[in-house]
Design a protein around this ligand. Structure first.
Ligand SMILES: Cc1cc2nc3c(=O)[nH]c(=O)nc-3n(C[C@H](O)[C@H](O)[C@H](O)COP(=O)(O)OP(=O)(O)OC[C@H]3O[C@@H](n4cnc5c(N)ncnc54)[C@H](O)[C@@H]3O)c2cc1C
Length: 543
């Protein structure tokens, strides 16, 4: 992503002249608020003459990622007519993990999670900014939601438990991250999160409902205090009004692709040079903006952001980490979000956003001997089945070889030569390694407090320096909702007819993304979607 760091440096602009609001589609409450960014100014309404077509369904959904498709699929199951509108030409999905706090696989393995402890840890990570009703909704319904999706896939997919969670004492990654595996001969074409979306899409289409692509929603419309429709622009520039007899559901994802929104709600999100969300330009907070223009309440900044170490090499392990000055800067026995942020805090981050993990030729065995003491995301492969041993077949050695070829891992027979390849000051780097080896010998990390069982020497050439750094994935903050996913106005009253699911909805994550349960974002999208669908269907019966 081409982030505009100038926004970060110069700060927001002066308030905009309120006269600009004349004729704009918004409520008076919004006009009173101080406008500081261009996107905060509601656009002029699209006139009736410009509307070329109208389409109608019980439920119209904006955005066809996992959250929008799940809402569409659940509403379809509940007998409602649905139109899902997406601005992209094909399925949008990322990653593969999906979490639930309990599952048949976990029960079989005797794994039980203390939900109260989980909730406390989540609240702690979120900086106490979590809406506890939403948190417990997630805790109580994550299994039901994941098994629902699995069930929709019939007997062609199975649920596997991920084994690459952290097993050490310094922090927690619960062994409750799962993934779907296709059975042989499955009709599904995709893997990972694409498979989740492929399954959901099939339910919508088989139920006689529609998914319309290449069509971008631009404005919500209200009638008599209720959101009744939205207007979208099709590929050929035609405006179409989509009317939702029962509901309009926002499922437009996050704001990570909009630098101005990041500047307001999540400035640290401007720092990584790479954006891991693809295709670029979809997660521009369109739903946030449309709801904001109507007077929806937004979660207070600063919003949580997931920063994963996927920019260069996808591994960092627990070995010595050095910055671009050739210095150690952290306890390497920590979670990947913390590593990402520490890297962004290093001097000269504007020129580079990476660090190096430094080890010697013993590395593969050293990780293998300690994987049961540490492990975790970016130490083990992203698809590692629970209980799978660390061995030569796990693909990690091949991955490191590939990074060497790509220039993301340097190898040298001397530390001096390695430092030159890393482009760090040679003397400083050699001194750093010398100091680290002394600490290893003493068995106590006096500098950063890393556990002694993870202290391994750097003495047997060849030496390696694996380059790793963060990319922004998603920003987890948005419009406030109640537990039925109804969007709230500034007085915290539901805006009739308007729902938000997935990353456009705020209230769950607070200030930091909790890696204590990897895969929570996908199952959160499912839980929110099912909750919204249940409420919409209840409304159908006058509930
Ligand atoms: C590289 C990567 C890996 C990840 N891995 C994992 C993982 O393993 N496990 C996990 O739980 N989470 C993972 N995540 C996070 C997870 O993918 C997201 O949090 C989740 O997909 C959010 O779903 P969503 O439906 O809310 O948003 P999105 O998936 O972003 O979907 C939003 C959709 O809305 C559409 N849209 C936006 N604006 C408009 C508009 N104006 N009109 C019409 N359509 C619009 C977009 O085209 C898009 O299709 C990962 C994220 C990334 C980037």
């Amino acid at each position: 992503m081409d982030t505009d760091n100038k926004i970060l440096e110069t700060g927001p602009r002066e308030p905009v002249d309120r006269a600009l609001f004349k004729g704009a589609v918004n409520d008076p409450e919004n006009v009173k608020s101080k406008v500081r960014y261009d996107w905060e100014i509601p656009p002029a309404p699209i006139s009736e003459e410009q509307i070329a077509e109208e389409m109608e369904a019980d439920v119209v959904v904006i955005g066809g990622g996992i959250a929008g498709l799940a809402a569409g699929a659940r509403c379809t199951e509940l007998g409602m007519s649905v139109i899902v509108v997406d601005k992209h030409k094909s399925l949008v999905a990322h990653g593969a993990h999906i979490a639930c706090l309990d599952s048949p696989v976990m029960r079989e393995l005797g794994i039980k999670i203390d939900k109260q402890e989980f909730a406390r840890r989540w609240m702690h990570t979120s900086g106490s900014r979590v809406n506890e009703d939403l948190l417990w909704l997630y805790i109580n319904k994550s299994e039901e939601a994941v098994l629902w999706l699995l069930g929709l896939g019939g007997d062609e997919v199975e649920l596997k438990l991920y084994g690459g969670y952290y097993k050490g004492t310094q922090f927690t990654e619960y062994p409750a991250t799962h993934y779907f595996q296709k059975k042989k001969g499955s009709r599904y074409k995709t893997y990972g999160a694409f498979l989740f979306c492929e399954i959901l899409q099939e339910v919508i289409l088989n139920g006689g409902n529609q998914i319309i692509r290449n069509t971008k929603a631009e404005q919500l419309e209200m009638k008599d205090g209720r959101v009744t429709s939205f207007i979208a622009k099709s590929e050929d520039g035609k405006y179409i009004r989509f009317k939702g007899k029962k509901a309009v559901v926002l499922a437009t994802g996050d704001i990570g692709g909009d630098p101005e929104m990041l500047a307001k709600y999540c400035p640290i999100g401007l720092r990584p040079k790479k954006n891991g969300y693809f295709p670029a330009g979809l997660n521009t907070g369109d739903g946030h903006k449309m709801a904001f223009w109507l007077g929806a309440a937004m979660e207070d900044p600063s919003w949580a952001v997931s920063l994963h170490l996927i920019s260069y090499a996808m591994y960092s392990f627990f070995f010595l980490h050095v910055n671009r000055l050739g210095k150690r800067f952290m306890n390497e026995d920590t979670w990947s979000q913390a590593k990402a942020i520490r890297i962004l805090m290093q001097p000269q981050w504007g020129d580079g956003d990476w660090a190096f993990s430094v080890f010697d030729s013993k590395w593969f065995e050293e990780v293998g001997e300690r994987v049961h003491l540490a492990g975790g995301q970016f130490t083990q492969p992203l698809i590692t089945e629970y209980g799978q041993p660390w061995d030569e077949n796990n693909g990690v050695r091949e991955a490191i070889d590939a990074y060497i070829k790509k220039g993301a891992c340097h190898v040298a027979d001397t530390l001096e030569e390695l430092a030159e390849k890393m482009e760090v000051p040679v003397d400083t780097f050699v001194e750093t390694v010398k100091r680290y080896n002394e600490l290893v010998k003493q068995g106590v990390d006096l500098d950063y407090g890393k556990r002694s069982e993870l202290l391994t020497s750097i003495e047997k050439p060849p030496y390696y320096a694996l380059k790793f750094g963060p990319a922004i994935l998603n920003v987890f903050g948005g419009v406030l909702t109640d537990i039925d996913m109804r969007v709230l106005d500034k007085n915290h009253n539901p805006i009739p007819g308007l729902y938000a699911v997935g990353n456009v909805a705020g209230g769950l994550y607070g200030v930091d993304y909790p890696l204590l349960l990897n895969g929570n974002s996908h199952s959160r999208a499912l839980v929110w979607a099912r909750q919204a669908a249940a409420h919409i269907s209840g409304e159908e019966q006058g509930g």
